[in-house]
Design a protein around this ligand. Structure first.
Ligand SMILES: [Cu+2]
Length: 144
């Protein structure tokens, strides 16, 4: 009885691992969490910012940046950057919180680490240069 349960659990874990592996290589179905914002980034590409719950918050966090073609398939753009910008307002100086981007197992999908110093309206400034050409995207985002 106990052995049967253990084996079923192993099978469930194996199935889960297989599903995850499939998602990594499945192009448009790659798991990137929930979308925060997306926009055109030149060269027929769309840049999409996402994270686990689709909400940016003040403080340290991880975000996913994906470049995709018209069909949603990730496209390797080479060198990419992501900066969160807030224009000066009154006595408050301009703010620039750059994300540290690292590549993931899926070319075209980057993982970003950023510390957003305040809540409010920001512009996520995306740029890239590489095999797909060079381009930029400015995505208005709200930080809670
Ligand atoms: Cu500010």
């Amino acid at each position: 009885m106990k052995k049967t349960i253990f084996v079923s659990m192993l099978l469930a874990v194996a199935a889960f691992a297989a599903a995850c592996g499939g998602a990594d290589t499945g192009g448009g179905s790659a798991s990137v969490g929930k979308e925060i914002k997306s926009g055109t980034a030149g060269n027929n590409l769309t840049a999409t910012l996402s994270n686990a719950d689709g909400v940016l918050r003040k403080g340290k966090q991880t975000v996913t940046l994906k470049f995709a073609d018209q069909s949603g398939k990730p496209v390797d753009v080479g060198a990419a950057s992501l900066n969160f910008h807030m224009p000066a307002m009154g006595t408050m100086a301009t703010m620039n919180n750059a994300a540290t981007l690292t590549t993931t197992a899926t070319p075209g999908i980057y993982s970003g680490s950023v510390d957003l110093e305040m809540s409010g309206e920001w512009q996520a400034q995306v740029s890239y240069q590489g095999p797909a050409g060079s381009g930029k995207a400015n995505l208005p985002v709200t930080v809670q």
